[in-house]
Write a protein that binds this ligand. Structure first.
Ligand code: PMT
Length: 221
C-alpha cells in the first residue's frame, strides 16, 4: 500500500510541448510527448496530492483524478500557471516551453515563393523565472534538457531561475529525454545536494523525484 506522503499538498505540473503558430496551418514546436510530466501527475495523485496538470498538445490521455488544463502556446501556459501558482505548494515544470515564437501570426496561409524565407521570432516569457521571482512558500522544480555540460547548465538554471530543484536529463543519452518511456536524470538541489539516478521508467523517476521533494519539505526547506 502506498503511503500518501503528499496528502493535502496542491501540486501544479506542466507537461508536453507548446505550439507557436505561424499561420492557420503551421506552427513551431518540439519533441516533448508529455510522458514525463504525465507520469509525475499520476504518481503525485497516487501519493495523495491535489494535482493540476497544465499541458500542451500531446497524444496521451491525462491521468484520472487530476485537474486538467489544456493549453497550446507558451503564452497560454504562462497565464494558466500563474493562475494556479498562489495556491500551489509545489510546482514542477516538466514542459518543454518554446523560447521563441513568430513575431506575428499570419491571418491567412502563407504562400510560398522561390525566395528564401526568414521567419522573425521573438522571445516568449520564461515561466520558471517568473515563478522564481514571485515565489513565497512554493517549492519550485524545473527540468533541464541539455545536450552538453549538463551539470554546469543545470546549476546555472537553478540559480538564475531561483528554483529549489532542477532535474537534468542529458537528452543525448539513449533512453533519456524526449519521447522515451525511460529517463536518466540527475537532481540538483538549492543546498548543493545532488542525486544521480540510473536509467529507470519515467514513472519510477516521478516517484523518486516526489520523494526527494517531500524530504525537502519535511526538513522545512
Ligand atoms: O515529454 P517527454 O517526451 O516525456 O520528455 C520529457 C522532457 C525531455 C521534455 C523533460 O524531461 C524535460 O527535460 N523538460 C524540460 C525541457 C526544457 O525545455 O528545458 P529548458 O532547459 O528549455 O527549460 C528549463 C526549465 O525552464 C524547464 O523547467 C522549462 O519548463 C522552463 N521554461 C523554459 C522556457 C520558458 N519559456 N519557460 C519555462 O518555464
Amino acid at each position: 500500500k502506498v503511503e500518501p506522503i503528499l496528502k493535502g499538498k496542491n501540486i501544479v505540473i506542466t507537461a508536453g510541448p507548446t505550439r507557436e503558430r505561424i499561420d492557420p496551418v503551421r506552427y513551431l514546436t518540439n519533441f516533448s510527448s508529455g510522458k514525463m510530466g504525465y507520469a509525475i501527475a499520476e504518481e503525485a495523485e497516487k501519493l495523495g496530492a491535489n494535482v493540476i496538470l497544465i499541458s500542451g498538445p500531446v497524444a496521451i490521455d491525462p491521468p484520472k483524478n487530476v485537474q486538467f488544463v489544456a493549453i497550446e502556446s507558451a503564452a497560454q501556459m504562462f497565464e494558466a500557471t500563474l493562475q494556479y501558482f498562489e495556491e500551489a505548494d509545489i510546482v514542477i515544470k516538466t514542459a518543454a516551453v518554446a523560447d521563441y515564437r513568430p513575431a506575428t501570426i499570419l491571418e491567412n496561409k502563407m504562400k510560398k515563393s522561390d525566395e528564401e524565407l526568414i521567419l522573425k521570432l521573438e522571445r516568449t516569457n520564461d515561466i520558471l523565472s517568473e515563478l522564481g521571482k514571485r515565489k513565497t512558500h512554493q517549492f519550485l522544480v524545473g527540468f533541464a534538457a541539455e545536450t552538453d555540460n549538463v551539470e554546469e547548465y543545470a546549476k546555472k538554471k537553478l540559480q538564475k531561475k531561483n528554483a529549489d530543484m532542477i532535474v537534468a536529463n542529458d537528452v543525448t543519452t539513449a533512453g533519456a529525454g524526449f519521447g522515451t518511456d525511460t529517463n536518466v536524470v540527475t537532481i540538483f538541489k538549492r543546498n548543493n545536494e545532488k542525486v544521480t539516478l540510473p536509467m529507470m521508467s519515467k514513472h519510477r523517476v516521478a516517484v523518486e523525484l516526489l520523494k526527494e521533494v517531500n524530504e525537502c519539505l519535511k526538513k522545512g526547506w
